[in-house]
Design a protein around this ligand. Structure first.
Ligand code: FE
Ligand code: FE
Ligand code: ZN
Length: 292
């Protein structure tokens, strides 16, 4: 069975219930959300009543909490340690975030490994390892999924070996895993048409069982562009057929697949989410052009 959904909103008023309702409106059977703004570390108290109602609705619709993903905010960067208080702030934030996720009953948090700003790539990776060992030193059930990155700017975690180096340095091996992203892979230089070659290499170096989430995005830019601009499914350089083959790849069966494609007509009065149509196209294995 496909485990397929998209990122959805989450706010204090509607809480988890609002996120589940949004996911169901796309006919999704999983979803991903940020516990607050994606761009900041500001977080408000979780509405517990709405969490309870959200779980009821998940159960009624067979959404398994093991398949729900939380994404950490983008601005967290464990690679730079030039300002120790900032590094410590991110450590504390991530610890709180893991507790928040644990209290919500979920167990997977996607994290962008970091960016080597004013630091060598080697030291950046050392700092990330150090940070992760501090963050994971707790007694909750949440696994951190390192996301493979496009290589924009000084991003770290761009290839299998960088991810492998980080995992090797982490003490709590059962709390660290990987999220692959088709747009990021394409932009980093991986041909999505040959995903099986990539999975072979991943399996040899890290072990394919470490892949716990797949972000399904088309890309606005050609292979190896190091840009990271997501495009709607079938409207980018990867294309519908290649992405459909990822969704149905037998080696990725049972892993949550999450769309992070842009809303159509974003920031206009005509904006709408593409996810219902994108999910339907994948389920039917047939591309229907839905953007006018
Ligand atoms: Fe991400
Ligand atoms: Fe992603
Ligand atoms: Zn991206």
């Amino acid at each position: 069975m496909l485990i397929l959904g998209s990122h959805v909103g989450f706010n204090n008023k509607d809480g988890l219930l609002g996120s589940v309702e949004e996911a169901l409106s796309y006919n999704a059977n999983t979803f991903m959300f940020y516990t607050g703004p994606a761009q900041s570390t500001i977080r408000s108290k979780i509405n517990e009543e709405k969490t309870y109602e959200g779980y009821k609705l998940m159960a009624e619709n067979n959404i398994n909490n093991d398949n729900v993903i939380v994404h950490a905010p983008y601005i967290v960067n464990l690679a730079n340690r030039n300002q120790e208080d900032k590094f410590n702030f991110y450590i504390d934030f991530l610890k709180e975030e893991l507790n928040r996720i644990n209290n919500l009953g979920f167990n997977k948090m996607v994290l962008h490994p970091g960016s080597a700003v004013n630091v060598s790539r080697e030291d950046g990776i050392k700092n990330i390892i150090d940070g992760l060992n501090k963050v994971l030193d707790n007694d909750n059930n949440v696994t951190i999924l390192l996301e493979t990155m496009a290589g924009k700017g000084n991003e770290l975690g761009v290839n299998i070996n960088e991810i492998k180096t980080i995992i090797d340095g982490v003490k709590y091996k059962d709390k660290i895993a990987v999220c692959i992203d088709t747009c990021h892979l394409n932009d980093s230089g991986i041909d999505i048409n040959k995903l099986d070659d990539y999975l072979d290499e991943f399996d040899k170096i890290i072990g394919i069982n470490k892949i716990k989430c797949v972000h399904i995005n088309d890309s606005m830019n050609p292979i190896s562009s190091h840009k990271d601009r997501h495009q709607n499914i079938g409207y980018g350089t990867i294309g519908f057929d290649a992405l459909c083959n990822v969704v149905y790849n037998k080696r990725l069966e049972g892993i949550p697949m999450i769309l992070e494609t842009p809303w159509v007509n974003r920031n206009t009065s005509e904006e709408y989410p593409p996810y219902k149509q994108e999910i339907e196209n994948f389920r039917n294995k047939k591309f229907i052009d839905f953007i006018q």
